[in-house]
Design a binder for this molecule. Structure first.
Ligand SMILES: Cc1cc2nc3c(=O)[nH]c(=O)nc-3n(C[C@H](O)[C@H](O)[C@H](O)COP(=O)(O)OP(=O)(O)OC[C@H]3O[C@@H](n4cnc5c(N)ncnc54)[C@H](O)[C@@H]3O)c2cc1C
Length: 361
């Protein structure tokens, strides 16, 4: 494929990852976003960024599982490539771990755990079932000493991973600059055509001619993708020096599933609510209490955790809750990443790059 000038609307998770791969492949990229690059209120920045192909299969389907499996191969490669290309990389490598996920339930909620286990065994391809390892109290304490004596049993979902999304998004922004991206921040895109992007920012109207356009505005693409909806998610970020976890822990509960994803410097991301609502307002008291009390029930030392941030954002979802990269009216769309954006992004970007390559061979 010859070098193209590609305009991308949206510099969130999808837009930023795609821009990076396109620039590395030798294309020119112009990126436009209505927010500043360090804005904290996008889905990309609010997410827990757990990479959970197995656990997510309980609430998704074979497509998401396949994209997730491919992405689990690509993530370590991507992170190594990003790191290798950054002269300052040693200063702050992107935090990435692939030590599996622990799933636990309190005694009265064991039926939720049993249901989850059966669902996984039913939906998982036979070749992956051995990745679901039952644990007794001793096995659980060996994996996560902090939880010793707190649960009688659990599951270890082997091969699952996690990423520090804030570090990833920042490192990508720096890589894009090094590769020569043209990035318009705080420009609201309001017009997309096959070879044209129009937007409005502080310095007035922009009208940019490109060879092809990709719309990656998440929920902001609603005017063009009518099947798109926003699904509200809220998370809590805490710092707690009294607890050390090696891997994300999911706590089964009949009303909500809590997860606690450890981050560097004793920080934890606790999430997430999932509400069929496009309310972009601050986290509610009810959600805060539910997340906080479930966290406290995981380990009482969390009672002394310092609350660093409470955040909410909309996950962009299509009717079938599947991600999509498709060409519609001459415009490429990368959207519908829903609750699996980090899980699926590398494989989706790879697929879109291939489709674009075939269309412009
Ligand atoms: C609470 C929560 C927890 C999550 N946890 C996980 C998880 O553990 N694992 C996982 O895999 N996924 C998770 N996700 C999902 C993941 O964050 C999303 O799937 C992903 O961020 C979607 O990427 P996106 O680029 O489509 O949208 P976004 O990341 O939201 O980016 C869209 C970008 O488009 C810009 N934009 C919008 N409208 C316009 C406009 N008109 N003009 C210009 N720019 C515009 C926005 O400013 C934004 O920068 C979670 C999401 C949430 C909310």
């Amino acid at each position: 494929m010859h070098a193209l000038h590609i305009g991308i609307a949206g510099a969130g998770l999808a837009g930023r990852c795609l821009a990076w791969r396109l620039l590395r492949a030798g294309h020119r990229v112009t990126l436009l976003d209505s927010r500043r690059r360090d804005a904290l209120d996008t889905a990309a920045m609010v997410a827990a960024a757990m990479l959970s192909p197995l656990a997510e299969l309980a609430v998704s389907d074979a497509l998401v599982f396949a994209l997730g499996q491919r992405s689990m191969e690509l993530w370590p490669q991507w992170i190594a490539e990003l790191h290798a290309s950054d002269p300052q990389a040693d200063a702050q490598p992107v935090y990435f771990r692939q030590q599996g996920t622990l799933v636990v339930a309190h005694g009265p909620d064991q039926s939720s755990m049993d249901h989850f286990t059966r669902l996984l065994q039913h939906k998982l391809p036979a070749s992956h079932r051995e990745q679901v390892q039952p644990l007794d109290a001793v096995g659980l304490a060996t994996l996560e000493p902090a939880l010793a004596g707190r649960f009688h049993s659990g599951l270890h979902l082997q091969g699952e991973g996690q990423l520090a999304n804030d570090q990833w998004m920042e490192a990508l922004a720096q890589a894009l600059d090094r590769l020569g991206v043209v990035w318009y921040e705080e420009v609201v895109v309001h017009g997309l055509e096959a070879q044209r992007i129009r937007g409005k920012g502080g310095s007035g109207e922009l009208d940019i001619a490109v060879d092809l356009v990709v719309d990656a505005r998440g929920v902001g693409s609603k005017p063009l993708l009518s099947r798109l909806r926003g699904v509200r998610g809220e998370v809590l970020r805490v710092e707690c020096k009294g607890v050390t976890l090696q891997r994300p822990v999911r706590l089964m509960h009949p009303r909500y599933q809590l997860y606690v994803a450890p981050r560097p410097h004793h920080q934890f991301v606790v999430g997430a609510t999932e509400l069929e609502s496009e309310d972009t307002g601050d986290i509610t008291l009810r959600s805060m209490l539910e997340l906080g009390s479930a966290l406290y029930s995981l380990h009482p030392a969390f009672g002394e955790a310092r609350v660093l941030r409470l955040s909410a954002a909309l996950r962009p979802a299509l009717d079938n809750d599947q991600p999509a990269c498709l060409l519609q009216d001459g415009i490429w769309h990368l959207n519908g990443l829903y609750r699996h954006g980090y899980l699926c992004a590398p494989a989706l970007v790879e697929s879109l790059m291939q489709k674009i390559g075939e269309a412009h061979a």
